[in-house]
Design a protein around this ligand. Structure first.
Ligand SMILES: O=C(O)CCC(=O)C(=O)O
Length: 296
């Protein structure tokens, strides 16, 4: 079996797969600086403490280097092999989790919309266990689409900018195989033994199915933990944040324009012509199978 086929088999079985060493140390360091500086600025602008955890949505506008990951040659073939070619990036968020050592409770964690501060929210943190929040992605999709297992619909790629090769550093935790099972979510606050903590190094990318039960976790290490999350879905599913990307469109390649949401018409979201999905041609040219396109 090829390495690519093995990755896809692992994803299908477990609901997630780790792509190792996608970014080198210099790329990680540059992106970590972008994330750190911009999180600090946005917290400061909104009058929040820099010591509190911040999830920042709609981050692409902060730096072109963040956009370069959207069609990264290690990532895109995996994403497109799973979802097909009629896809786009429907959501981004990063999570910056400062060390909890020395912090006092209660404090707050923040959900900040980079370009829509009216939508910002904060939640109380009463203790480290508050950070265990088991869920499947997609919000109301989970309630409105019938019982699980539901259709996949989307996936996320988590780009790790911090070394999390040991547990308890704010690792992402998952319940392997839960994407295909109608199992209840562990209670809020239930710790890692409800699932497993992912051990990823800085530069690794974790690709995971929307339906996979997963959780954030407390950062009991001494350093700040940073992860970028890129959400891919079908072009007919609505974006999950403002997707502020206009400034990149003119200079983007055809595949990148598709992934950033360009379309020839609203009709073409669900009935694309070939010009709407250059990714199909890109996949075929790179020897990968393109997703099926219906006749117009
Ligand atoms: O930050 C984490 O480890 C988990 C991220 C998460 O829950 C999500 O992206 O839905």
């Amino acid at each position: 079996m090829s390495a690519h086929a093995e990755l896809l088999r692992e994803f299908d079985t477990n609901g997630y797969v780790i792509l190792r060493d996608v970014l080198d140390a210099a790329e990680v360091s540059r992106l970590a600086t972008v994330v750190g500086e911009n999180t600090h600025k946005i917290l400061d602008k909104r009058g929040k403490s820099p010591d509190e955890r911040a999830l920042v949505l709609d981050f692409l506008g902060f730096d072109e280097g963040l956009v370069d990951l959207v069609d990264h040659p290690r990532l895109l073939p995996v994403v497109a092999a799973i979802l097909g070619s009629n896809i786009y990036l429907y959501h981004t968020h990063w999570c910056v989790a400062p060390s909890l050592s020395g912090q006092t409770f209660p404090n707050r964690q923040h959900f900040l919309h980079a370009h829509n501060d009216a939508a910002d929210a904060s939640a109380e943190v009463i203790g480290a266990d508050t950070f265990w929040r088991w869920h499947r992605d997609g919000g109301q999709i989970n309630n409105e689409l019938g019982p699980h297992p539901q259709p996949r619909l989307s996936l996320k790629a988590g780009v790790f900018l911090t070394d999390l090769s040991e547990p308890s550093g704010g690792n992402m935790a998952v319940v392997p195989g839960s994407h295909k099972r109608d199992v209840p979510l562990p209670c809020a606050g239930a710790p890692a033994d409800a699932g497993v903590e992912i051990l990823a190094r800085a530069g690794d990318v974790v690709v995971f199915d929307r339906r996979l039960i997963h959780s954030s976790s407390p950062n009991l290490s001494s350093r700040t933990r940073m992860v970028l999350f890129y959400g891919y879905s079908y072009r007919w599913l609505r974006p999950r944040d403002e997707m502020t990307v206009e400034r990149y469109l003119d200079s983007a390649s055809p595949v990148r324009r598709q992934l950033l949401g360009a379309t020839s018409s609203a009709y073409a979201y669900s009935s694309p012509s070939w010009k709407d999905v250059p990714l199909a041609e890109w996949l075929a040219a790179s020897g990968n199978v393109a997703g099926p396109l219906e006749e117009l």
